[in-house]
Write a protein that binds this ligand. Structure first.
Ligand code: HEC
Length: 250
């Protein structure tokens, strides 16, 4: 097998085009993940907690309970009445959100304090959910259980097949550099293992949030290492690599 630095200019250009495009692709994928995961826990940077909220959800509360204090302020409900209002919603949610309790307690409260902004007409203007019917209110009172399995499978299908091909090609280029054999062996397999760790981490984290580090470590080992392989291939092809990384010739 000819090595990268021995290739014709045309072949080198072909590989270079691939490397540049795919490295930017992987970089934008990482940035996309960063902006969609960062700050879910209110802190900057992607933290374990962000990953837990993405896959496991924020199960200690529902959307409705989380925003209730803000909404009571919106509605001009005096602070003295907040504990009672909060207890009314908490009791209904804990008790399984029955229609009977909705009719007796929730519906009248919402009609008095919330409907001025959450009617069907107003909700279109204010871009907030309508809270007119039992189903409307139930929809915002769901426990947040994180990403759905369907979304995970769909994302998995796209990720695993696309990254599988990219990692294979990146590994193929890396194998044809002058890097030492042990480094090559480790380098080519790590992105695949990282991706498997990441992927299994989504499902495990949905069961138990303490698996979130699978996703974090898997993510750090997959695309970044594959990019590194391609960057090394690029340098080996055009300029060469430092001696200590090279395979000692026999
Ligand atoms: C003065 C208008 C106003 C009143 C009164 C009001 N809301 Fe809202 N509500 C909004 C607006 C605007 C939004 C969308 C922006 C936001 O999330 O702050 C919203 C959003 C929401 C959401 C969705 C939050 C999300 O992030 O998906 C819920 C749930 C909610 N309100 C419940 C209530 C309840 C319950 C009441 C009555 C106690 C109430 N609101 C009273 C204006 C109001």
């Amino acid at each position: 097998m000819r090595q990268l630095h021995q290739l014709s200019v045309a072949e080198k250009l072909l590989h270079t085009g691939f490397i540049v495009l795919v490295c930017f692709g992987l970089l934008s994928a990482e940035l996309y993940l960063y902006v969609t995961h960062t700050g879910l826990d209110g802190k900057t940077g992607v933290t374990l907690k962000d990953i837990q909220i993405s896959y496991y959800g924020n199960r200690s509360s529902t959307k409705l309970q989380t925003v209730l204090p803000t909404m009571l302020t919106n509605a001009g409900v005096p602070k003295a009445q907040w504990p009672e209002a909060t207890a009314t919603f908490d009791h209904w949610i804990k008790g399984g959100e029955t229609q009977a309790e909705y009719d007796a307690k929730i519906k009248p409260f919402v009609a008095t304090h919330c409907l001025m902004c959450h009617s069907v007409a107003m909700s279109k203007q204010l871009h907030n959910p309508p809270l007119v019917t039992y189903d409307d209110v139930k929809a915002v009172a769901k426990i947040d259980t994180g990403m759905s399995y369907t979304t995970m499978l769909l994302t998995g299908m796209v990720h695993l097949s696309m990254l599988g091909v990219i990692f294979w090609l990146a590994g193929y280029l890396f194998v044809r550099t002058r890097i030492s054999s042990p480094l090559k062996a480790v380098g080519v397999i790590v992105p695949f293992l990282g991706m498997l760790l990441d992927f299994s981490g989504w499902f495990l984290t949905k069961q138990n949030p303490s698996f979130a580090w699978f996703v974090l470590i898997g993510g750090a080992l997959s695309c970044p290492i594959a990019s590194l392989e391609m960057i090394v291939a690029f340098f080996d092809m055009w300029v060469g690599i430092p001696g200590f990384l090279r395979q000692k010739s026999a």
